[in-house]
Ligand binder design. Structure first.
Ligand code: SF4
Length: 472
Protein backbone atom coordinates (compact mmCIF):
# COMPACT_ATOMS: atom_id res chain seq x y z
CA UNK A 1 0.00 0.00 0.00
CA UNK A 2 1.12 3.51 -0.73
CA UNK A 3 2.00 5.73 2.18
CA UNK A 4 0.81 8.80 0.24
CA UNK A 5 -2.11 10.71 1.72
CA UNK A 6 -5.34 11.11 -0.19
CA UNK A 7 -6.98 14.51 -0.31
CA UNK A 8 -10.70 15.08 -0.80
CA UNK A 9 -9.99 15.98 -4.43
CA UNK A 10 -8.04 12.74 -4.92
CA UNK A 11 -10.95 10.76 -3.50
CA UNK A 12 -13.52 12.42 -5.78
CA UNK A 13 -11.20 12.15 -8.79
CA UNK A 14 -10.64 8.46 -8.05
CA UNK A 15 -14.38 7.80 -7.84
CA UNK A 16 -14.81 9.32 -11.30
CA UNK A 17 -11.91 7.43 -12.91
CA UNK A 18 -9.03 5.42 -11.44
CA UNK A 19 -6.79 6.40 -14.34
CA UNK A 20 -7.47 10.09 -13.75
CA UNK A 21 -6.41 9.76 -10.11
CA UNK A 22 -3.29 7.77 -10.98
CA UNK A 23 -2.29 10.23 -13.72
CA UNK A 24 -2.88 13.25 -11.48
CA UNK A 25 -0.27 11.90 -9.04
CA UNK A 26 2.21 10.08 -11.28
CA UNK A 27 1.94 11.89 -14.61
CA UNK A 28 0.50 15.37 -13.95
CA UNK A 29 2.46 16.86 -16.87
CA UNK A 30 0.04 15.09 -19.29
CA UNK A 31 -2.90 17.22 -18.10
CA UNK A 32 -4.22 19.98 -20.34
CA UNK A 33 -3.46 23.47 -19.11
CA UNK A 34 -6.30 25.35 -17.41
CA UNK A 35 -7.75 27.91 -19.86
CA UNK A 36 -9.05 31.36 -18.96
CA UNK A 37 -12.66 30.13 -18.81
CA UNK A 38 -11.84 27.31 -16.39
CA UNK A 39 -9.75 29.69 -14.30
CA UNK A 40 -12.68 32.13 -14.17
CA UNK A 41 -14.96 29.36 -12.86
CA UNK A 42 -12.38 28.36 -10.22
CA UNK A 43 -11.95 31.99 -9.16
CA UNK A 44 -15.71 32.45 -8.89
CA UNK A 45 -15.95 29.37 -6.64
CA UNK A 46 -13.19 30.76 -4.42
CA UNK A 47 -14.96 34.11 -4.19
CA UNK A 48 -18.29 32.47 -3.27
CA UNK A 49 -16.48 30.37 -0.64
CA UNK A 50 -15.00 33.50 0.94
CA UNK A 51 -18.36 35.28 0.89
CA UNK A 52 -20.06 32.40 2.74
CA UNK A 53 -17.75 32.98 5.71
CA UNK A 54 -19.59 36.24 6.31
CA UNK A 55 -22.57 34.17 7.47
CA UNK A 56 -20.54 32.96 10.48
CA UNK A 57 -19.47 36.04 12.32
CA UNK A 58 -16.51 35.61 14.65
CA UNK A 59 -15.26 32.61 12.65
CA UNK A 60 -11.49 32.18 12.40
CA UNK A 61 -9.58 31.22 9.26
CA UNK A 62 -6.93 28.50 9.51
CA UNK A 63 -4.72 30.31 7.06
CA UNK A 64 -1.77 27.90 6.97
CA UNK A 65 -1.04 27.16 3.30
CA UNK A 66 -1.85 23.74 1.77
CA UNK A 67 1.81 22.62 1.82
CA UNK A 68 2.06 23.22 5.58
CA UNK A 69 -0.53 20.67 6.58
CA UNK A 70 1.02 19.74 9.94
CA UNK A 71 0.95 23.33 11.15
CA UNK A 72 -2.65 23.65 9.89
CA UNK A 73 -3.55 20.58 11.97
CA UNK A 74 -1.98 22.08 15.07
CA UNK A 75 -3.69 25.42 14.58
CA UNK A 76 -7.04 23.67 14.05
CA UNK A 77 -6.67 21.73 17.30
CA UNK A 78 -5.92 24.93 19.22
CA UNK A 79 -9.02 26.64 17.81
CA UNK A 80 -11.23 23.60 18.45
CA UNK A 81 -10.12 23.65 22.08
CA UNK A 82 -11.14 27.30 22.45
CA UNK A 83 -14.91 27.42 23.13
CA UNK A 84 -15.04 31.15 22.35
CA UNK A 85 -14.43 30.43 18.64
CA UNK A 86 -17.88 30.02 17.00
CA UNK A 87 -16.64 28.70 13.65
CA UNK A 88 -13.45 27.59 11.88
CA UNK A 89 -12.77 28.20 8.19
CA UNK A 90 -10.47 25.80 6.29
CA UNK A 91 -9.94 23.65 9.38
CA UNK A 92 -7.47 20.77 8.76
CA UNK A 93 -8.05 17.11 9.72
CA UNK A 94 -6.44 13.80 8.95
CA UNK A 95 -7.81 10.28 9.41
CA UNK A 96 -7.22 6.90 7.78
CA UNK A 97 -4.73 8.32 5.28
CA UNK A 98 -7.10 11.07 4.13
CA UNK A 99 -6.43 14.78 4.61
CA UNK A 100 -9.14 17.42 4.34
CA UNK A 101 -9.70 21.15 4.78
CA UNK A 102 -13.31 21.87 5.84
CA UNK A 103 -14.90 25.00 4.35
CA UNK A 104 -16.80 25.86 7.55
CA UNK A 105 -16.92 24.00 10.85
CA UNK A 106 -19.56 25.57 13.04
CA UNK A 107 -19.59 25.11 16.81
CA UNK A 108 -23.13 24.18 17.86
CA UNK A 109 -22.44 23.80 21.58
CA UNK A 110 -19.87 22.28 23.95
CA UNK A 111 -18.09 19.58 21.94
CA UNK A 112 -20.73 19.61 19.15
CA UNK A 113 -20.11 20.75 15.61
CA UNK A 114 -21.79 21.17 12.22
CA UNK A 115 -20.06 20.83 8.87
CA UNK A 116 -20.92 23.39 6.15
CA UNK A 117 -19.62 22.77 2.65
CA UNK A 118 -19.86 25.77 0.32
CA UNK A 119 -20.56 25.44 -3.41
CA UNK A 120 -21.20 28.10 -6.03
CA UNK A 121 -23.90 25.93 -7.63
CA UNK A 122 -27.61 26.64 -7.20
CA UNK A 123 -28.61 23.15 -6.04
CA UNK A 124 -27.28 20.04 -4.31
CA UNK A 125 -25.84 17.46 -6.72
CA UNK A 126 -24.90 13.81 -6.18
CA UNK A 127 -21.18 14.59 -6.29
CA UNK A 128 -21.67 17.13 -3.47
CA UNK A 129 -22.98 14.36 -1.21
CA UNK A 130 -19.81 12.31 -1.88
CA UNK A 131 -17.74 15.40 -1.25
CA UNK A 132 -19.39 15.91 2.14
CA UNK A 133 -19.32 12.21 3.02
CA UNK A 134 -15.52 11.87 2.84
CA UNK A 135 -15.20 14.94 5.05
CA UNK A 136 -17.71 13.66 7.59
CA UNK A 137 -15.88 10.31 7.65
CA UNK A 138 -12.60 12.04 8.46
CA UNK A 139 -14.17 14.35 11.08
CA UNK A 140 -15.90 11.53 12.92
CA UNK A 141 -12.75 9.39 12.57
CA UNK A 142 -10.93 12.18 14.41
CA UNK A 143 -13.45 11.84 17.22
CA UNK A 144 -15.39 15.00 16.49
CA UNK A 145 -19.10 15.05 17.32
CA UNK A 146 -20.58 16.34 14.03
CA UNK A 147 -24.35 16.18 14.19
CA UNK A 148 -25.31 18.26 11.16
CA UNK A 149 -24.06 18.39 7.57
CA UNK A 150 -25.30 21.03 5.13
CA UNK A 151 -24.43 22.35 1.72
CA UNK A 152 -24.38 26.13 1.61
CA UNK A 153 -25.16 27.05 -2.00
CA UNK A 154 -26.35 30.02 -4.05
CA UNK A 155 -30.09 30.75 -3.98
CA UNK A 156 -31.11 31.36 -7.57
CA UNK A 157 -34.24 33.26 -6.48
CA UNK A 158 -32.27 35.98 -4.76
CA UNK A 159 -32.55 39.36 -6.50
CA UNK A 160 -30.06 42.14 -5.86
CA UNK A 161 -32.24 44.95 -4.49
CA UNK A 162 -29.70 46.98 -2.53
CA UNK A 163 -26.26 48.45 -3.22
CA UNK A 164 -24.62 45.43 -1.57
CA UNK A 165 -25.45 41.72 -1.67
CA UNK A 166 -27.31 40.54 1.43
CA UNK A 167 -25.43 37.31 2.11
CA UNK A 168 -28.05 35.72 4.37
CA UNK A 169 -30.50 35.86 1.44
CA UNK A 170 -27.94 35.13 -1.28
CA UNK A 171 -27.05 31.75 0.25
CA UNK A 172 -29.31 28.83 0.99
CA UNK A 173 -28.38 26.08 3.42
CA UNK A 174 -29.53 22.56 2.53
CA UNK A 175 -29.29 20.00 5.36
CA UNK A 176 -28.19 16.65 3.93
CA UNK A 177 -27.04 14.89 7.11
CA UNK A 178 -28.99 11.68 6.54
CA UNK A 179 -28.06 11.20 2.88
CA UNK A 180 -24.39 11.86 3.67
CA UNK A 181 -24.41 9.45 6.62
CA UNK A 182 -25.81 6.75 4.33
CA UNK A 183 -22.63 6.99 2.22
CA UNK A 184 -20.21 6.52 5.14
CA UNK A 185 -20.24 2.73 5.21
CA UNK A 186 -18.63 2.38 1.76
CA UNK A 187 -15.83 4.84 2.42
CA UNK A 188 -13.19 2.66 4.19
CA UNK A 189 -13.23 0.20 1.28
CA UNK A 190 -13.11 2.99 -1.31
CA UNK A 191 -10.19 4.69 0.43
CA UNK A 192 -8.28 1.40 0.69
CA UNK A 193 -8.89 0.72 -3.00
CA UNK A 194 -7.73 4.17 -4.07
CA UNK A 195 -4.57 4.04 -1.95
CA UNK A 196 -3.72 0.60 -3.38
CA UNK A 197 -4.30 2.01 -6.85
CA UNK A 198 -1.85 4.84 -6.24
CA UNK A 199 0.78 2.32 -5.13
CA UNK A 200 0.63 0.65 -8.56
CA UNK A 201 3.60 1.34 -10.80
CA UNK A 202 1.67 1.21 -14.08
CA UNK A 203 -1.18 3.35 -15.32
CA UNK A 204 -4.65 1.73 -14.96
CA UNK A 205 -6.15 0.64 -18.26
CA UNK A 206 -9.35 2.69 -18.63
CA UNK A 207 -11.08 3.42 -21.94
CA UNK A 208 -12.28 7.02 -22.32
CA UNK A 209 -16.05 7.38 -22.51
CA UNK A 210 -19.00 9.26 -21.08
CA UNK A 211 -17.52 9.15 -17.55
CA UNK A 212 -14.72 11.51 -18.71
CA UNK A 213 -17.09 14.50 -18.66
CA UNK A 214 -19.24 13.52 -15.71
CA UNK A 215 -19.38 14.91 -13.09
CA UNK A 216 -16.27 16.88 -14.07
CA UNK A 217 -14.52 17.33 -17.43
CA UNK A 218 -11.23 15.44 -17.19
CA UNK A 219 -7.99 17.30 -17.86
CA UNK A 220 -6.44 14.15 -19.42
CA UNK A 221 -9.03 13.87 -22.24
CA UNK A 222 -6.59 14.98 -24.95
CA UNK A 223 -3.91 12.64 -23.64
CA UNK A 224 -6.26 9.65 -23.40
CA UNK A 225 -7.78 10.17 -26.86
CA UNK A 226 -4.61 11.17 -28.73
CA UNK A 227 -4.33 7.82 -30.53
CA UNK A 228 -8.03 7.41 -31.30
CA UNK A 229 -8.96 7.30 -35.01
CA UNK A 230 -11.47 9.85 -36.42
CA UNK A 231 -14.27 7.25 -36.49
CA UNK A 232 -13.93 6.78 -32.73
CA UNK A 233 -14.89 10.45 -32.19
CA UNK A 234 -17.78 10.15 -34.63
CA UNK A 235 -19.07 7.14 -32.69
CA UNK A 236 -19.00 9.12 -29.42
CA UNK A 237 -21.64 11.57 -30.63
CA UNK A 238 -25.25 11.01 -29.75
CA UNK A 239 -27.25 11.00 -32.98
CA UNK A 240 -29.92 9.15 -34.90
CA UNK A 241 -28.70 5.79 -36.26
CA UNK A 242 -28.73 7.00 -39.86
CA UNK A 243 -26.69 10.13 -38.94
CA UNK A 244 -24.26 8.03 -36.95
CA UNK A 245 -23.69 5.82 -39.99
CA UNK A 246 -22.96 8.82 -42.25
CA UNK A 247 -20.57 10.32 -39.72
CA UNK A 248 -18.82 7.03 -39.07
CA UNK A 249 -18.27 6.50 -42.78
CA UNK A 250 -16.99 10.08 -43.27
CA UNK A 251 -14.60 9.67 -40.36
CA UNK A 252 -13.38 6.25 -41.53
CA UNK A 253 -12.89 7.17 -45.19
CA UNK A 254 -11.72 10.75 -44.66
CA UNK A 255 -14.27 11.82 -47.29
CA UNK A 256 -16.64 14.56 -46.04
CA UNK A 257 -20.33 13.71 -45.84
CA UNK A 258 -22.68 16.39 -47.19
CA UNK A 259 -26.38 15.59 -47.29
CA UNK A 260 -28.28 16.32 -50.49
CA UNK A 261 -30.77 18.33 -48.43
CA UNK A 262 -28.19 20.94 -47.32
CA UNK A 263 -28.90 23.26 -50.27
CA UNK A 264 -32.59 23.37 -49.31
CA UNK A 265 -31.90 23.99 -45.62
CA UNK A 266 -29.52 26.84 -46.55
CA UNK A 267 -32.14 28.56 -48.68
CA UNK A 268 -33.51 30.88 -45.94
CA UNK A 269 -30.02 32.41 -45.54
CA UNK A 270 -29.28 33.81 -48.99
CA UNK A 271 -27.23 37.07 -48.91
CA UNK A 272 -27.78 39.80 -47.97
CA UNK A 273 -27.44 38.27 -44.55
CA UNK A 274 -26.29 39.29 -41.06
CA UNK A 275 -24.13 37.21 -38.67
CA UNK A 276 -24.75 37.79 -34.98
CA UNK A 277 -22.90 36.81 -31.83
CA UNK A 278 -23.54 37.92 -28.23
CA UNK A 279 -21.26 37.71 -25.24
CA UNK A 280 -23.12 37.48 -21.95
CA UNK A 281 -22.17 37.44 -18.31
CA UNK A 282 -23.68 34.98 -15.88
CA UNK A 283 -22.02 35.89 -12.63
CA UNK A 284 -22.77 33.94 -9.43
CA UNK A 285 -22.79 37.24 -7.58
CA UNK A 286 -25.23 39.65 -9.25
CA UNK A 287 -23.61 42.93 -10.23
CA UNK A 288 -26.61 45.01 -11.35
CA UNK A 289 -29.75 45.82 -9.38
CA UNK A 290 -32.79 43.75 -10.28
CA UNK A 291 -30.71 40.77 -11.44
CA UNK A 292 -30.30 37.38 -9.78
CA UNK A 293 -27.36 34.96 -9.50
CA UNK A 294 -26.25 33.51 -12.84
CA UNK A 295 -28.72 35.65 -14.76
CA UNK A 296 -27.48 35.74 -18.35
CA UNK A 297 -27.05 39.38 -19.39
CA UNK A 298 -25.69 40.18 -22.84
CA UNK A 299 -23.09 42.94 -22.64
CA UNK A 300 -21.66 42.84 -26.15
CA UNK A 301 -22.54 41.99 -29.70
CA UNK A 302 -20.76 41.68 -33.03
CA UNK A 303 -22.43 41.77 -36.44
CA UNK A 304 -20.97 40.98 -39.83
CA UNK A 305 -23.08 41.65 -42.90
CA UNK A 306 -22.55 39.91 -46.21
CA UNK A 307 -24.17 41.80 -49.07
CA UNK A 308 -25.67 40.27 -52.20
CA UNK A 309 -22.55 41.26 -54.20
CA UNK A 310 -20.20 39.75 -51.61
CA UNK A 311 -19.41 43.05 -49.84
CA UNK A 312 -18.66 42.72 -46.10
CA UNK A 313 -19.41 45.17 -43.28
CA UNK A 314 -18.72 44.86 -39.56
CA UNK A 315 -20.47 46.50 -36.61
CA UNK A 316 -19.89 45.99 -32.89
CA UNK A 317 -20.95 47.15 -29.44
CA UNK A 318 -19.50 46.72 -25.96
CA UNK A 319 -21.39 48.05 -22.92
CA UNK A 320 -19.77 50.53 -20.56
CA UNK A 321 -20.34 48.28 -17.55
CA UNK A 322 -21.48 50.92 -15.06
CA UNK A 323 -25.19 50.05 -15.40
CA UNK A 324 -27.30 47.04 -16.39
CA UNK A 325 -26.27 46.69 -20.05
CA UNK A 326 -29.63 45.30 -21.29
CA UNK A 327 -31.02 48.58 -22.58
CA UNK A 328 -27.91 49.88 -24.35
CA UNK A 329 -27.27 46.46 -25.90
CA UNK A 330 -30.88 46.27 -27.17
CA UNK A 331 -30.94 49.85 -28.49
CA UNK A 332 -27.61 49.61 -30.30
CA UNK A 333 -28.45 46.25 -31.85
CA UNK A 334 -31.90 47.32 -33.02
CA UNK A 335 -30.44 50.48 -34.58
CA UNK A 336 -28.30 48.30 -36.87
CA UNK A 337 -30.71 45.48 -37.59
CA UNK A 338 -33.63 47.77 -38.39
CA UNK A 339 -31.75 48.86 -41.55
CA UNK A 340 -33.30 45.92 -43.39
CA UNK A 341 -35.15 42.64 -42.83
CA UNK A 342 -32.32 40.35 -43.96
CA UNK A 343 -31.96 36.97 -42.20
CA UNK A 344 -29.61 36.81 -39.22
CA UNK A 345 -27.36 33.77 -39.07
CA UNK A 346 -26.36 32.44 -35.64
CA UNK A 347 -24.72 29.30 -34.29
CA UNK A 348 -26.77 27.52 -31.58
CA UNK A 349 -29.90 28.66 -29.72
CA UNK A 350 -27.90 30.99 -27.44
CA UNK A 351 -28.65 34.21 -29.39
CA UNK A 352 -32.41 33.43 -29.42
CA UNK A 353 -32.30 32.97 -25.63
CA UNK A 354 -30.40 36.22 -25.16
CA UNK A 355 -32.92 38.14 -27.30
CA UNK A 356 -35.75 36.68 -25.20
CA UNK A 357 -33.91 37.74 -22.01
CA UNK A 358 -33.40 41.25 -23.39
CA UNK A 359 -37.10 41.48 -24.32
CA UNK A 360 -37.98 40.72 -20.69
CA UNK A 361 -35.58 43.34 -19.36
CA UNK A 362 -36.52 46.05 -21.89
CA UNK A 363 -40.30 45.58 -22.32
CA UNK A 364 -40.63 48.78 -24.39
CA UNK A 365 -38.50 47.09 -27.09
CA UNK A 366 -40.06 43.64 -26.81
CA UNK A 367 -41.90 43.82 -30.15
CA UNK A 368 -38.74 44.73 -32.13
CA UNK A 369 -36.58 42.20 -30.26
CA UNK A 370 -39.14 39.45 -30.89
CA UNK A 371 -39.10 40.42 -34.58
CA UNK A 372 -35.29 40.10 -34.64
CA UNK A 373 -35.64 36.68 -33.01
CA UNK A 374 -38.00 35.69 -35.83
CA UNK A 375 -35.25 36.45 -38.39
CA UNK A 376 -32.67 34.09 -36.87
CA UNK A 377 -31.35 31.19 -38.94
CA UNK A 378 -29.36 28.68 -36.89
CA UNK A 379 -26.48 26.93 -38.71
CA UNK A 380 -25.84 24.38 -35.95
CA UNK A 381 -28.86 22.12 -36.59
CA UNK A 382 -28.12 22.32 -40.32
CA UNK A 383 -24.59 21.06 -39.78
CA UNK A 384 -25.78 18.48 -37.26
CA UNK A 385 -28.18 16.92 -39.75
CA UNK A 386 -26.30 17.43 -43.02
CA UNK A 387 -22.49 17.69 -42.76
CA UNK A 388 -19.62 15.75 -41.22
CA UNK A 389 -15.86 15.97 -41.68
CA UNK A 390 -13.37 13.61 -39.98
CA UNK A 391 -11.57 16.74 -38.69
CA UNK A 392 -14.58 17.67 -36.51
CA UNK A 393 -13.35 14.89 -34.18
CA UNK A 394 -16.83 14.41 -32.78
CA UNK A 395 -17.47 18.07 -31.88
CA UNK A 396 -19.82 20.41 -33.75
CA UNK A 397 -18.87 23.52 -31.75
CA UNK A 398 -17.89 26.52 -33.89
CA UNK A 399 -14.34 26.15 -32.53
CA UNK A 400 -14.17 22.66 -34.14
CA UNK A 401 -16.23 23.27 -37.26
CA UNK A 402 -14.66 26.70 -38.02
CA UNK A 403 -11.02 25.59 -38.41
CA UNK A 404 -12.15 22.74 -40.69
CA UNK A 405 -14.52 24.61 -42.99
CA UNK A 406 -12.76 27.97 -42.83
CA UNK A 407 -9.13 27.24 -41.81
CA UNK A 408 -8.04 30.82 -42.47
CA UNK A 409 -10.09 32.02 -39.45
CA UNK A 410 -7.88 31.45 -36.43
CA UNK A 411 -8.38 31.84 -32.67
CA UNK A 412 -4.85 31.02 -31.53
CA UNK A 413 -3.58 34.56 -32.03
CA UNK A 414 -6.11 36.05 -29.58
CA UNK A 415 -4.81 37.22 -26.23
CA UNK A 416 -6.34 36.47 -22.83
CA UNK A 417 -9.94 36.56 -24.14
CA UNK A 418 -10.32 33.56 -26.42
CA UNK A 419 -13.57 31.90 -25.31
CA UNK A 420 -16.96 32.84 -23.86
CA UNK A 421 -16.45 32.24 -20.13
CA UNK A 422 -13.18 34.16 -20.24
CA UNK A 423 -14.96 37.01 -22.03
CA UNK A 424 -17.65 37.15 -19.34
CA UNK A 425 -14.98 37.15 -16.62
CA UNK A 426 -13.15 40.03 -18.36
CA UNK A 427 -16.35 42.10 -18.50
CA UNK A 428 -17.08 41.39 -14.81
CA UNK A 429 -13.64 42.80 -13.97
CA UNK A 430 -14.52 45.96 -15.89
CA UNK A 431 -18.05 46.25 -14.43
CA UNK A 432 -16.91 45.75 -10.84
CA UNK A 433 -14.07 48.25 -11.17
CA UNK A 434 -11.41 45.59 -10.63
CA UNK A 435 -9.53 47.12 -13.58
CA UNK A 436 -9.28 50.68 -14.88
CA UNK A 437 -7.17 52.87 -17.13
CA UNK A 438 -4.85 51.14 -19.57
CA UNK A 439 -5.71 47.64 -18.31
CA UNK A 440 -9.42 48.30 -18.85
CA UNK A 441 -8.72 49.58 -22.37
CA UNK A 442 -6.62 46.51 -23.12
CA UNK A 443 -9.42 44.18 -21.91
CA UNK A 444 -12.02 46.10 -23.92
CA UNK A 445 -9.88 45.71 -27.03
CA UNK A 446 -9.48 41.96 -26.39
CA UNK A 447 -13.25 41.58 -25.91
CA UNK A 448 -14.05 43.38 -29.17
CA UNK A 449 -11.48 41.37 -31.08
CA UNK A 450 -12.78 38.05 -29.73
CA UNK A 451 -16.46 38.71 -30.47
CA UNK A 452 -15.59 40.00 -33.95
CA UNK A 453 -13.68 36.77 -34.61
CA UNK A 454 -16.75 34.72 -33.73
CA UNK A 455 -18.98 36.43 -36.31
CA UNK A 456 -16.18 36.33 -38.87
CA UNK A 457 -15.89 32.56 -38.30
CA UNK A 458 -19.66 32.26 -38.60
CA UNK A 459 -19.70 34.15 -41.90
CA UNK A 460 -16.85 32.05 -43.30
CA UNK A 461 -18.46 28.77 -42.17
CA UNK A 462 -21.69 29.85 -43.86
CA UNK A 463 -19.79 30.73 -47.03
CA UNK A 464 -18.03 27.36 -46.95
CA UNK A 465 -21.32 25.50 -46.49
CA UNK A 466 -22.80 27.36 -49.47
CA UNK A 467 -19.67 26.46 -51.42
CA UNK A 468 -20.15 22.76 -50.60
CA UNK A 469 -23.48 22.78 -52.42
CA UNK A 470 -22.45 25.10 -55.25
CA UNK A 471 -24.25 28.20 -53.97
CA UNK A 472 -21.13 30.36 -53.68
S1 SF4 B 1 -9.91 11.14 -20.00
FE1 SF4 B 1 -11.35 9.69 -19.19
S2 SF4 B 1 -10.29 7.75 -19.16
FE2 SF4 B 1 -8.74 9.34 -19.37
S3 SF4 B 1 -8.12 9.75 -17.27
FE3 SF4 B 1 -9.73 11.19 -17.78
S4 SF4 B 1 -11.61 10.26 -17.05
FE4 SF4 B 1 -10.06 8.65 -17.15
Amino acid sequence: MSSAFLTKTHYLTGLQCSKRLWMSIHQPESAAEIDSGQQAIIDQGTEVGRAARKLFSGGVLVDNPPDEFSSALARTQALIADPSIPALFEAAFEHGGVRIRVDILERLGPGRFAMREVKSSTSVKDEHLRDMAIQLWVLRGCGLDVSSVALVHVDNDYVLDAPEIEWARFFESADRTREVEALLEAIPGEVRGLRDLLAQTSVPDVEPGSHCKNPYACEFWKHCTADKPPEWFAAQQRARAELRAHRFEAARSGEPWVSGSLAVTLEPAEPPVWYLDFEALASAMPIFRGTHPYEALPFQWSLHRLGSRGEVEHREFLARGDVDPSEEVAESLLAELSRDEAPIVVYSSFEARMLATMALRTPNRKRELDAVRGRLVDLLPMIRSSVYFAEFRGSLSIKSVGPTLAPHVRYDDLGDVAEGVGAAAAFVRIATGAVSGAEEERLRGALLEYCKRDTLALMEVHRALRGLVGLA
